[in-house]
Design a protein around this ligand. Sequence first.
Ligand code: CTP
Ligand code: MG
Length: 232
Amino acid sequence: MSRARPLWAVIPAAGAGERFGGDVPKQYLPLLGRTVLEWAIRPIQTRADVAGIVVVIAAADEYWPGICLSSGRIQAVHGGPQRADSVLAGLDALSGKADARDWVLVHDAARPCLTDEDLDRLVETAAETCGGLLAAPVQDTLKAADNGSVARTVEREGLWRALTPQMFRIGELASALHRAKTSGFLATDEAAAMERMGHRPRIVPGRADNIKITRPEDLALAEFIISQSGVA
Ligand code: CTP
Ligand code: MG
């Protein structure tokens, strides 16, 4: 099946970056001549088939006006206290122009290393089912700990790290996130909310170096990954 409906994007960029620390939120830090946020949007913005992009920023954001993303397709709205609230605000902003059956890519502003190839594969594959997400297989042996000691080893076979972008139909995702919120379930990604509604999002294998900038050491790693990729 091919993707018959239009494609949109929501970029949650309203986080405070507490684990990263510092004065400037991590999505606005410089990385190879652009901000982390601009790198994250790049592969989505360069696609001609994305009808519009909503960047979700914090209400007190003072950095967004300094970003120069020259495109009439990009709009900014204010997010909420949790990532899921910010994604909902982004979906809400799309509801006026998009159809509930249209597809939406949700991609963290803190993931600047997404490749065009991974995005292509997600867009092609996710529309064959209820939607899907980029994910990378877990490589390390996993330990469950109890008071600082190993309680047991967790079988890593079949375990994946959920990345972004994740792609779902706007209406189904909005209702899944609303349901999660009203029942007090904290959905840390879109797929978690969809799973709760009985959907089985497609795992689309992606590059392990589609990292999320979380701690200061991740920035140098992202710089290396992007410079090696040839897009810089
Ligand atoms: N995000 C958001 N709204 C929130 C929280 C997070 O839009 N209320 C966004 C972040 O800006 C980021 C993405 O969701 O692009 C992934 O979140 P995370 O890496 O956890 O970023 P922060 O929440 O900013 O970092 P921390 O958890 O360390 O505070
Ligand atoms: Mg967070």
